[in-house]
Design a protein around this ligand. Sequence first.
Ligand code: KG4
Ligand code: ZN
Length: 349
Amino acid sequence: MSAADRVLGIETSCDDTSVAVLEDGRTLKSHLLASQDLHRLYGGVVPELAARAHLELLPRLVERALDEAGVRPADLTAVAVTRAPGLVGSLVVGVAFAKAYGYALGIPVVGVNHIEAHLHAASLEHGEAAMPAIALVVSGGHTELVEMQAFGRYRWLGSTRDDAVGEAYDKVAKRLGLPFPGGPHVDKLAAQGDPKSFDFPRPMLDRSDFDFSFSGLKTAVALEADRLGEPPFDPARVANLCASFQAAVVDTLAGKTMRAVRHVGARSLTLGGGVACNRALRARLAAECEAASVTLRIPTPRLCADNAAMVALVGAWTLESAPYTVESLEQGLEVVASLEETGLIEARV
Ligand code: KG4
Ligand code: ZN
């Protein structure tokens, strides 16, 4: 029996509490996700409330996930938990729970990098990526372009210099009076508008690096929104603003991503993160990948968003692929907020 046989995955890095049971590093036996709706009241995630909600939800979700998987705690062979990056309070709840649970059962606890988990979420449905691969992770907290050379070997190509793309979606939506999180609402309205009605900037698209910037674009949209007058706004104008904003985002993301694909001669492209649910982005990359004979791997929406299945998968593959000791696993459980501090970039290239 190997430690990777039956892994309990735990994800609590932001405002989603999620638990999964994964067998043989591939077969999902159960997968539960509790989105914390309470943040809608505040128009954004409140870290203190998120941590408290994880504390309340986690034990109940674990019990239910084991039940649904038909697995007893004693049948588990390891616990995998997101340890970085994320909201520190939220991460601490997950890691402390995982440590206590693993200790009580006498099984290893492996800390997982949240971004690495997004890189491999598509593997749950599509199998392992053909390497070299490019991954675009786009969410409320991240905009990362990564070259994947093998499992555990990555090179960071670029990321956002200011707002994450999901954050820009959410702020534009808020300015237009749409509910939080705004991405899905903007996506829906964009389909009814004219993407050419406003000529918004394609930030940093003409530069040869792989970095992004969405704050200027967000401000350009806000300036146009100022001209809408008092609410309720004209729905046709709002739809046109959404469509034009989305066209600028998709041009920028697709332009840089396909340049990265050509740059490393990638055989496949993987998407991850909540913004990977965006229909225009999916359609555009599908067309470009087909033309370039590159395999496009997009997880189902449930696996695009923050989830414990991808955490269990990376935990299982880590246990399978690297020699470990109780001490080395213990070191890998340090909670860290930012991606730069995780050391994943330098340590693994
Ligand atoms: O990965 P995720 O569930 O949570 C984190 O941020 O970590 O991503 C949520 C983000 C939010 O900013 C949300 O507005 C955005 O993903 N999002 C979308 C769409 N669905 C979710 N953005 C654009 N189009 C969508 N269809
Ligand atoms: Zn995420």
